[in-house]
Design a binder for this molecule. Sequence first.
Ligand code: EPZ
Length: 422
Amino acid sequence: MQHFEVIGGNRLKGEINISGAKNAALPIMAATILVEGETVLHNVPDLADVRQMQTLLARLGVKSRRDDEGAMHLTVEDEMNAHAEYELVSKMRASVCVMGPLLAKRKRAQVAMPGGCAIGDRPIGLHIQGLRALGADFELVNGDVLLRAKRLTGSDIFLGGPFGSSVTATANVMMAATLAVGRTVITSAACEPELVDLAEYLNACGACISGYGTPEIVIEGVLSLRGTEHRVIPDRIEAGTFLIAGAITNGDLELIGARIEHMRAVVDRLRCVGVIVERGEKGIAVSSSRRLEPVMITTQPYPGFPTDLQAQAMALLCLADGNSVITEKIYPDRFLHVGELNRMGAHLRKEGPTVIIEGIKRLVGAPVMASDLRASAGLILAGLIAKGTTLVHRAYHIDRGYERIEEKLARVGANIRRVDAP
Ligand code: EPZ
């Protein structure tokens, strides 16, 4: 088991290269099930979740490999299997993205229900509702969703859920609709940049999708799709994590490749905190050299403040000059990091889906436990500024969504290393 050892107190200074977006790469990899011929994807990050998706796709007859330049080549070689089994799906919720492509291309999809995880319940009712609206028959068989359809027919589909839009449900329905007969209109669709990237990949393969990036997406079904070459967008959540790393250490960073237009809500909140964030020559520049102002943050679907940066923002606001409030509207239980930050001397109080953050002068290093990908990142950020040493256990959570985070941080002055512990 590995953990990160972080010794706090260093200001971060320099440039960090931002990797490709995990949450764009995963659905695009799943979408290759739909296409004839080879797809070549550039800027796919080297992450545990990406390797997990390659394993799942291999089981589904999609061969993938990296070439010497790191580009990923994916080709469908066998369409017999349409069953994404529990032992694979339970390891990564994003596996659910194969459901729409399997149904549309192989007329059948058997996908294990993903179950819950550390951030809360992860239902897929909207996915099923959307695919049934395209004409699929649905059955629940031993914890698997079984969907079948000789032919999918375009339809008007409302995809709004109790917590707003759903990113991967929008992905699934949009992918399936590309090969349906006729027009599909998805209303209350998710607008995340990762879905825009997916739609642009599909259109480059010959799909006919418009309105993506808005709450109303229109898909005109086509007969077939052909593989293409595509470059995955930069990861706005990784970039947001490093923006906050620059802010929390009163540092001076430039995030190479980051796209400020994907991060308006995050930039807005950081500027309210008193952090300087500007469009740089090569990406986004962040610097901070003053006490931080307290703010209110509410997580929302894009373009609102992303839930995937909630833990990281909480670490920053522990040191603000006053009381801040964070309300989590997407995953109301996504607060396992609260107890761990309090172990580091933070003054956090959870009141339902809201946490009151009383600003303090200093965090103190401690052994802490990571619970999910983004909470782990928040604990590392807290360790960067805490007095003394912080040990963030269960490093594997971080490796799911960040490419060699300790190397990227150490290169700009952080005192952090990965430790193999018995
Ligand atoms: C995507 O998950 C991301 N994952 C998550 O990132 C991210 O936190 C989430 O969107 C919200 O932005 C990928 O893109 C692979 P949702 P997804 O369906 O699609 C409820 C990370 O750290 N809901 O948009 O699974 C759901 O319970 C991960 O990279 C239903 O009610 O999230 C949640 O409250 C963590 N019914 C809300 O909608 C459904 O059928 C948003 O979920 C589906 C979702």
